[in-house]
Design a protein around this ligand. Structure first.
Ligand SMILES: [Zn+2]
Length: 378
């Protein structure tokens, strides 16, 4: 597989430091339905999901065929392309004081600042490797995730918005103008949406579970403002909709819009929490569904930008299924013809949602198409 400047192969960003980001224990529940037990439970955003994904990648034999890309910490200047300098200083001070919460449910320990800067820098390194022609495409297996993080506070396990910072880096360092970000994490990428809401040069498309988190974000009618009108595309799919609905959303909405936008670089916020066994999501995607999403993204990148594609890890909380789905995505990126077996796949391929788009999902797609039609040929 070759891409821009004859680049070959797929890159992988990973660092053991990512596994040291400790979210501690959690008490799930809400003010309306408080957690009833005396003892807390492990935080869902555990290092184990990413660690096991890396382990499976190596066990499958694919790991050694990828080009390793070393991350570096993002600088304060790079973090400040998305975040306020005051927030960057606050996260640093919080970590130096032993840890705490950088916003709402965005805990960090004493190493939290350094590791979060290394996650943002990992996404930047992936962009450098792809645009620099070292590899054709790349997967940044980073944590903590980033897409909920806002300019001035952390949110939903996210400290710095890795993918937004990487997009700004591509513009600043390489003079790229049009960048498209597709976010298929089960939660809405509210932080990324806010970062580029009035920006006509960054297209943000989010496929997520309707009404999940944050509840007031990712709505169909949130389409951008000012120069950015029509450059935010929200597709809030109904719970349980499965592989067929995602494929239809890509084919009918995402692909035509991305083609017309004609990005010079395509970035993916790759949450694996739309996977069928995720404790925080209910979207029923199989590893085959993730593989198909990735192939669709690759086809768009081939059409628009010489295949230049950077995939950045976001959420995902099933310790068994995040590794399988992450592997499926990276196998697709690397053009692996014979996938590593997914033991759960047979059970998921017989689901009706593998073949049929439900009426509720059809309704969502119709609403998105009619909302976006003033801005795109759909
Ligand atoms: Zn998520």
């Amino acid at each position: 597989m070759t891409g821009a400047d004859g680049a070959a192969g797929t890159g992988l960003v990973f660092h053991d430091r990512y596994l040291q980001h400790n979210m501690g224990l959690a008490r799930s529940g809400s003010p309306l339905a408080p957690y009833p037990y005396a003892e807390p439970e492990p935080h869902p955003s555990s290092p184990r999901t990413v660690g096991r994904a890396k382990h499976l990648l190596d066990l499958s034999g694919l790991g050694e065929r990828l080009t390793p890309i070393a991350p570096r910490p993002a600088t304060d200047v790079e973090l400040a392309t998305i975040h306020t300098l005051d927030y960057v200083a606050r996260v640093r001070a919080l970590a130096a004081a032993g840890g705490g919460d950088a916003g709402v449910n965005a805990p960090l320990g004493p190493d939290g600042f350094a590791i979060a800067a290394l996650a943002a820098g990992g996404a930047i390194a992936a962009v450098d490797a792809v645009i620099g022609g070292v590899v054709c495409n790349a997967y940044a297996l980073v944590r903590p995730p980033g897409h909920h993080a806002l300019a001035d506070r952390g949110l939903g396990f996210c400290l710095f918005n890795n993918i937004a910072i990487a997009a700004r880096h591509a513009q600043r360092a390489y003079g790229l103008r049009r960048i498209a970000i597709i976010d298929w994490d089960v939660h809405d990428g509210n932080g990324t949406q806010e970062a580029f809401y009035a920006d006509g040069e960054v297209l943000f498309v989010s496929l997520h579970q309707d009404g999940l988190f944050p509840v007031d974000m990712g709505l169909v009618e949130q389409i951008g403002s000012g120069e950015g009108v029509g450059k935010t595309v929200n597709i809030p799919l109904p719970p349980g909709c499965g592989d067929a609905a995602y494929a239809a959303a890509i084919e009918r909405v995402v692909a035509p819009i991305v083609r017309q936008f004609a990005p010079e670089l395509l970035l993916i916020s790759c949450g694996l929490d739309a996977g069928a066994f995720d404790p925080l999501g209910r979207m029923n995607l199989s590893s085959a569904g993730f593989r198909e999403l990735t192939r669709a993204a690759m086809a768009l990148a081939d059409e628009c930008c010489d295949g230049q594609l950077v995939v950045v890890h976001e959420g995902g909380y099933s310790q068994t299924y995040v590794p399988a789905c992450t592997l499926a995505v990276i196998e697709a990126l690397a053009g692996v013809a014979e996938p590593w077996p997914d033991p759960a796949l047979a059970r998921l391929l017989i689901a009706r949602t593998r073949r049929e788009v439900g009426l509720d999902a059809e309704h969502t797609l119709t609403a998105v198409l009619s909302t976006q039609r003033p801005y795109w040929q759909l």
